[in-house]
Ligand binder design. Structure first.
Ligand code: IMP
Ligand code: MG
Length: 177
């Protein structure tokens, strides 16, 4: 048995919501594709969501990754964001859609927004699978959000605790045993 934690968001709910997001994002970009769309996944947590999201899009896109870290060990953010891997693709004149697993304090998103300033993008939008608005420390705007959740530490569907539990197919609430 892979998952011993209570389910917060089921595979079925995820599937339905990802399909809705895919439709909405596609309709927003379909008339702008004189410039290419690059979907940039924030490693590592976004990899499962990103894989489902891009397959639900009805427009074509390129895929890139950026890696940042903020957590260190444990279940609370350090607030200090470090860039660990830069995108290798040339991004100027492309529409960039950043895909994150979860927005918690907002520090990571703020760091990413700053990173892309001055890169001469055609446009910049943000998409997060999960959003914990009650934890926000930095004002920020998410263009596409999958689910708003209460202040639980969740794992699964790409989200981890110290590198574990990413492979669980649903979103579950981590509980110490
Ligand atoms: P922020 O910078 O505080 O917004 O945190 C963003 C990052 O913290 C996310 O990309 C996640 O990697 C991690 N994170 C925040 N909340 C959770 C959670 O409930 N489970 C797993 N990772 C989380
Ligand atoms: Mg992350």
């Amino acid at each position: 048995m892979k998952n011993k934690f209570p389910i917060l968001i089921s595979e079925e709910q995820i599937k339905k919501r990802v399909a809705e997001l895919g439709k909405k994002i596609s309709s927003d970009y379909v008339n702008k594709l004189d410039k290419p769309l690059v979907v940039i996944g924030v490693l590592k947590g976004s990899f499962v969501f990103l894989a489902d999201l891009v397959r639900s899009l009805e427009v074509s896109c390129e895929i890139e990754f950026i890696e940042v870290s903020s957590y260190g060990a444990g279940t609370s953010s350090s607030g200090r964001v470090k860039l660990k891997r830069e995108p290798s693709l040339h991004l100027a004149d492309r529409h960039v859609l950043i895909v994150e697993d979860i927005i918690d304090t907002g520090h990571t998103f703020e760091f990413l927004e700053d990173y892309f300033v001055g890169k001469h993008l055609a446009s910049f939008r943000t998409c997060a699978f999960l959003d914990k608005p009650s934890r926000r420390q930095v004002e920020m705007k998410v263009d596409y959000s999958g689910f708003e959740i209460d202040d639980h530490f969740v794992v699964g569907y790409g989200l981890d605790l110290d590198g574990r539990y990413r492979e669980i197919s649903s979103v579950v609430i981590y509980q110490q045993s």
